[in-house]
Write a protein that binds this ligand. Structure first.
Ligand SMILES: Cc1cc2nc3c(=O)[nH]c(=O)nc-3n(C[C@H](O)[C@H](O)[C@H](O)COP(=O)(O)OP(=O)(O)OC[C@H]3O[C@@H](n4cnc5c(N)ncnc54)[C@H](O)[C@@H]3O)c2cc1C
Length: 356
């Protein structure tokens, strides 16, 4: 059986790993970029070394004799989806999501970035180049999810003092920019209630022991506990309520049920939007819409995993669960009558993460 996977992010790589356990299955992965692993390489915060280490597992997958990776091939542009469908028994769409969203704000003269671009810059993504203005003192972070916490944690370690281990892991020139910053305050706001954030409790707790910043919440905003959708995170947010700053540490103020600043004369110099991604596309196509348009016989052999599946974007463990389900489904369906024999040399050449 031959399977083509579009995208070598976590969802594609986990699917490859599950499928390749059967030596009779050939897995060909096509990746748009020159290096594999998607957001694991360019999204996950540089100081989350435990998560980054998943890359070693993916490198091992690429050494399997029945797995091949072709980097620098954009499906939809360099290779037509229909051609792949004709050559493989099954196609797995694992191309991730669209670009990050920006909320419209009426803040002229203020620099606005997405958290994803900031993280990509910190991870040394060659496709991102930020031009930060001078004199940034106050940062407004919008969004109640873990990308916001990554941004806050890394910004809160900025400054001319010796770089923390986290900052040392950041690529130049982002590390140089962080070193030059003298931040006074960070605010983190979102429209939802404190009881219904997408923060992980662990991510919040990582803000508790910062040397230069201290997290704070308003007691009235975190009081409601009934029906809490995210009780663990709420418990941490409540523990910060009404904290009085006893030292010189700067505030990270959290606000809920609002789309603007917390007030108190705070005017941001930089806004970082961490409010999710736009709908997934493959070279302008929406994967899920494309699958929906296929005839039943082809529909059964096209599968979407990870953020390409269009569901509410999850974290890497959720991609693994989806990948397992997709691989089980593919194995259950087995060989199809779809693919014609691929012309010789048409599949990707073997390559490894180290080579690309
Ligand atoms: C800033 C940020 C930080 C995160 N931090 C964490 C974290 O610490 N822990 C955690 O568990 N989760 C984290 N996540 C979530 C995690 O990154 C996702 O769950 C995961 O990357 C989704 O995997 P994916 O394979 O669906 O997409 P992606 O990782 O985006 O991979 C998609 C791949 O497909 C390729 N591709 C796209 N189009 C084409 C095409 N046409 N042809 C060929 N290839 C194509 C892309 O180049 C990319 O390599 C974070 C997300 C973001 C945005």
């Amino acid at each position: 059986m031959k399977v083509a996977i579009i995208g070598s992010g976590p969802a594609g790589m986990f699917t490859a790993e599950f499928l390749a356990k059967d030596p009779a299955t050939q897995v060909d992965i096509y990746e748009r970029r020159l290096v594999p692993f998607g957001l694991l390489r360019y999204g996950v915060a540089p100081d989350h070394v435990g998560t980054k280490a998943i890359g070693r597992q993916f490198e091992r997958t690429l050494t399997r004799p029945n797995v091949a990776l072709a980097c620098g091939v954009e499906v939809g542009t360099d290779l037509a989806l229909a051609d792949l469908l004709a050559r493989y028994d099954h196609l797995v769409l694992a191309s991730g999501s669209g670009p990050a969203r920006l909320l419209p704000l009426d803040l002229p003269q203020v620099q606005e970035w997405t958290g994803l671009d900031l993280l990509r810059w910190m991870n040394g993504d060659p496709e991102v180049s930020m031009q930060p203005g001078a004199g940034i003192r106050r940062v407004l972070v919008i969004g109640h999810g873990n990308v916001s916490l990554d941004v806050v944690r890394l910004l809160a370690q900025a400054g001319p003092a010796a770089p923390t281990a986290a900052v040392a892991a950041i690529a130049e020139p982002a590390a140089r920019w962080l070193h030059s910053l003298a931040l006074e305050e960070i605010q983190v706001v979102g429209r939802g209630a404190a009881a219904h954030t997408r923060f992980s409790a662990q991510g919040l707790m990582e803000l508790q022991d910062l040397e230069r910043f201290v997290p704070m919440t308003e007691a009235a905003e975190v009081a409601e506990t009934e029906g809490a959708g995210n009780a663990d995170a709420l418990a941490v947010l409540r523990s910060w309520a009404g904290q009085v700053r006893k030292d010189l540490r700067r505030p990270i103020r959290f606000g809920f049920g609002r789309s603007g600043m917390l007030g108190g004369g705070f005017v941001p110099d930089l806004v970082v939007h961490c409010v999710g991604q736009q709908v997934a596309r493959i070279a302008g196509w929406e994967p899920m819409a494309w699958i929906g348009s296929l005839q039943a016989s082809d529909h059964a052999r096209v599968h979407a995993v990870g953020w390409a599946a269009g569901e509410r974007a999850g974290a890497i463990p959720a991609s693994r669960i989806q990948a397992k389900a997709a691989a089980d489904g593919i194995r259950a369906k087995g060989l199809t009558q779809g693919p014609a024999d691929a012309p010789s040399g048409a599949g990707p050449q073997r390559s490894s993460a180290a080579q690309v």
